[in-house]
Each structure stands twice: as structure tokens, then as C-alpha cells.
Design a protein around this ligand. Structure first.
Ligand code: EPZ
Length: 418
């Protein structure tokens, strides 16, 4: 397992460029299977989760290859596999998008459930509710979701919770259905609209993606399309947290400031200066952040994926910050590692009470199987005095492209130890 050695305590200064959105890429890749011709995806981040999905599709027989840095070409012609076995899909949670894509393409799909991860149970009941509403027969047998439908029929589907995955999976299934589908209480995250833009470039007729009402008019046919993946707002937000935690001043280019309004507002509350324009964000951290409370919410609220890096900011803030996690039931496991750095945090259910300390001290810590918790440990190590060593680095590299290069570009003293 690779490690990241960090000598912290220095303010980050400099510029980095945001990479393409992981969560948009892992939805666009299976979406390409719906077309009758090749698609070209640009600004695809070269990260663990994307490389795993490329492997999975190759194993299933898809013709998918890198055509240059960040450029993926996917040709679904000749792709006939509608079964995705557990030993393949267990490597990637987002493999559940194969359900919507294969069901739409073949009228049937058998995809093993990828299982949860460290942050919660991760149910898919809303995904299955959507497929059933479209007329599919869906069963769960021995850990495999089996779905089949002679012809998917458009329907109106209300999501009890504005689930990102369910919204995208239903969009994928509804694209080629007969008639119109409406998703009510749909997720509004930026990558929902991004995937819809790509599907529309292929000939789909999706309206309202990015709002709580998405309308999909089924079409008989999708052609291959070209699409450039949007920047990853969670990656950008993570670097913003690192700037504030270290009292540094950084500029993140190729960022869509609008996607981070809640994060910018919160960091201003801690005393940071955040200047934004169309496609860059400049963050100047105070010498020591002030405490500020956070409640994670569905977009456009404060994103759950930045709750963990934010706790690392609060860990050395002046005062007590109350951080409440509304999306997942268990997203504070990483706190046990922060305590090793001298943080003073109490976790009670979905709430962390963070009493900021003047100084964090470097220590050996482990990311375990928690991508954003691992990112939080990197943020804390950059702020901590002395040396830290973060183990299980590949879990962090699942979602952060060229992490060590980008941190070094910001003046951080980091070494990737293979
Ligand atoms: C996506 O996961 C992201 N992953 C997650 O990012 C992100 O945390 C999450 O959206 C919320 O923004 C990808 O896009 C690949 P959800 P997803 O369904 O779609 C309830 C990261 O670090 N729920 O929006 O799986 C349940 O309470 C990852 O990049 C149901 O009840 O998340 C669950 O806790 C982590 N039934 C919550 O929603 C369902 O059928 C999850 O929210 C589905 C969800």
C-alpha cells in the first residue's frame, strides 16, 4: 500500500488546476454504452475509480481506450454483455450505473450489488423503485439485482430522498423508454446536469436536469457523442480547505465557482477570503480559522463529501464547531485518526463536536477505505506541525488526480512512498 509522507506546518501558496469530476466521469462512462456509435469523453480524471471502471467495461467486452491525457473513447458496437458479476463490480460502488444502462440497452440487466463502504449502508431501494416504475421486473437474488422489461415505459417517479445515484440511474434507464418520464425531487448536484448534457449530445431529450424536476422524453436511438467532463467541485473544495487549514493563499483554476457557493460562504465565516470568478477560485486562509458550524445538505447546500475535510479545518479553529452529517449514518470514522494528531473531537451519532486546538501534531495515520476521510487526513497533516505518514494512499487516489504533484505545486513538503 502506498503512503504519503507529509511535513506540515507550512502555508500552501500557488496555483493548481482542477481535474474532471470523478462523479460525473463514473456516470458518463456507462452512459456511453447506450449509444449506437463511439463516444469521446474529454477532461476525464485519471484516478483509481475511473481506471477501475475502464477495467470493468473491458472485462465485459467493451471497446474502451485512452486516446490521450484525459481523453476516453468508448465504442459500444458489438457490446452484448448484460451481466456484471460481483468479483468485477465489488471494486466500484458506482458500478450500479450499469443497471440503468444495461436495462435500457438490452431490456435486461443482472448486476451484483457493489456493497457499502465505510460511510454507510448505501441502499439502492430508490434506484429499484425507479426501474419498477418504468415497467421493469426487478428482483434481488443472492446479492445480484436482476431487472428485465420487454419495453420500458415512461413514468412519474417521486424520490423520497434526492439521491444522486437514483436520479442518474433512472435517467439512464428512461432515455430509451417509450414515452416521457418525470423524476420529482431529483438530485441537483452539478454532475447530474453534466451527465444529462452528455446524454443530450447523444440525442437524448432530457430537460430540467440540475433542478428537482427532470423530464426525460424517450427516444428510439442514441448516437455516440462528444463531451467534456465538468471540473470536480469536491476536489476544488478540498484544496480550498487545505488553504484555510494551513493559513495559505492559493488559486484553483478551471473551477466552476457557482458549484461551491455554500463552501465559499462557510469558509468566509471561518475568516478566509474567498474570491471567485467564472472559472477560478482564490482562497486566502486566516492565520488561524474561526470556528463555524456545518450541516451537510443536498446540493446546493454544504456537500457531505467536504464535511470530512472541513472537520480538519475546524480541528485547529478558534472555538467549538458543531458539524452535523445528514446524508450518511457513519461518516466520522476518520476522526479516530485525527485524535492521533491531537485534535479534540467528540462524535455523537451524526454530529461531531470539534473543539479547535492551536496546534495539530503530525502522526502516522491511515485512510482506510474512506476516500474523503483520507483527504481530511491529508488536510490535517498539511496543517499539523512535524511529519505525518498517511497509509492506504490508493484509497485517496481513487478520487484525487496527481495529488502529490498538485500539493508540491502549492509548496507542500510531500513525498509519495510506493
Ligand atoms: C453520490 O453517491 C456520490 N458518489 C457520493 O460521493 C456522494 O457522497 C453522494 O452522491 C451524495 O452527494 C457518486 O456520485 C459516484 P446518494 P450516491 O444516493 O448516489 C439515501 C465520493 O466520495 N439513499 O445521493 O450513492 C441513503 O440515506 C462519494 O465521491 C436511499 O435511501 O449517494 C444514503 O445514505 C461518497 N436509497 C444516501 O441517500 C437509495 O436508493 C446517499 O445519497 C439511494 C440513496
Amino acid at each position: 500500500m502506498a503512503k504519503l509522507r507529509v511535513v506540515g506546518g507550512n502555508p500552501l501558496c500557488g496555483s493548481v488546476r482542477a481535474s474532471g469530476s470523478k462523479n460525473a466521469a463514473v456516470a458518463a462512462i456507462p452512459a456511453a454504452l447506450l449509444a449506437h456509435g463511439p463516444s469521446r469523453l474529454e477532461n476525464v480524471p485519471v484516478i483509481g475509480d475511473v481506471e477501475v471502471f475502464v477495467d470493468i467495461l473491458r472485462e465485459l467486452g467493451a471497446d474502451i481506450s485512452w486516446r490521450g491525457p484525459g481523453v476516453l473513447e468508448i465504442n459500444p458496437n458489438g457490446f452484448e454483455e448484460w451481466q456484471a458479476p460481483y468479483d468485477l463490480v465489488k471494486r466500484l460502488r458506482a458500478s450500479y450505473y450499469l443497471l440503468g444502462a444495461l436495462l435500457a440497452k438490452f431490456g435486461r440487466a443482472e448486476v451484483a450489488l457493489p456493497g457499502g463502504c465505510d460511510i454507510g449502508v448505501r441502499p439502492v431501494d430508490l434506484h429499484l423503485k425507479g426501474f419498477r416504475a418504468l415497467g421493469a421486473e426487478v428482483s434481488l437474488e443472492y446479492g445480484v439485482v436482476k431487472a428485465r422489461a420487454e419495453r420500458l415505459q415512461g413514468a412519474t417517479i417521486y424520490l423520497d430522498d434526492a439521491s444522486v445515484g437514483a436520479t442518474i440511474n433512472i435517467m439512464l434507464a428512461a432515455c430509451l423508454a417509450e414515452g416521457t418520464t418525470i423524476i420529482e425531487n431529483a438530485a441537483r448536484e452539478p454532475h447530474v446536469a453534466d451527465v444529462a448534457n452528455y446524454l443530450n449530445a447523444m440525442g437524448a431529450r432530457i430537460h430540467g436536469a440540475g433542478t428537482e424536476f427532470v423530464r426525460i422524453q424517450g427516444v428510439p436511438y442514441l448516437a455516440g457523442g462528444e463531451h467534456t467532463i465538468i471540473p470536480d467541485e469536491i476536489e476544488v473544495g478540498t484544496y480550498m480547505m487545505a488553504a484555510v487549514a494551513t493559513g495559505g493563499e492559493i488559486c484553483i483554476e478551471n473551477a466552476i465557482a457557482k458549484h461551491l457557493e455554500a463552501v465559499a460562504a462557510k469558509l468566509r465565516e471561518t475568516g478566509a477570503e474567498v474570491e471567485t470568478d467564472g472559472d477560478w477560485i482564490r482562497v486566502k486562509g486566516p492565520s488561524r480559522p474561526r470556528a463555524a458550524n456545518v450541516r451537510t445538505l443536498r446540493y446546493p447546500g454544504f456537500p457531505t463529501d467536504l464535511q470530512q475535510p472541513y472537520v480538519s479545518v475546524a480541528a485547529r479553529a478558534e472555538g467549538v464547531s458543531v458539524v452535523h452529517e445528514t446524508i450518511y449514518e457513519n461518516r466520522f470514522a476518520f476522526v479516530s485518526e485525527l485524535l492521533r494528531m491531537g485534535a479534540k473531537i467528540k462524535v455523537e451519532g451524526r454530529t461531531a463536536i470539534v473543539q479547535g486546538v492551536e496546534r495539530l501534531l503530525g502522526a502516522p495515520v491511515r485512510a482506510r477505505n474512506d476516500l474523503r476521510g483520507g483527504a481530511a487526513l491529508v488536510v490535517a497533516a498539511l496543517a499539523a506541525e512535524g511529519e505525518s505518514e498517511i497509509d492506504d494512499l490508493q484509497y485517496i487516489e481513487r478520487g484525487y488526480e496527481r495529488l502529490d504533484d498538485k500539493l508540491r505545486a502549492l509548496g507542500a513538503e510531500v513525498t509519495r512512498v510506493p
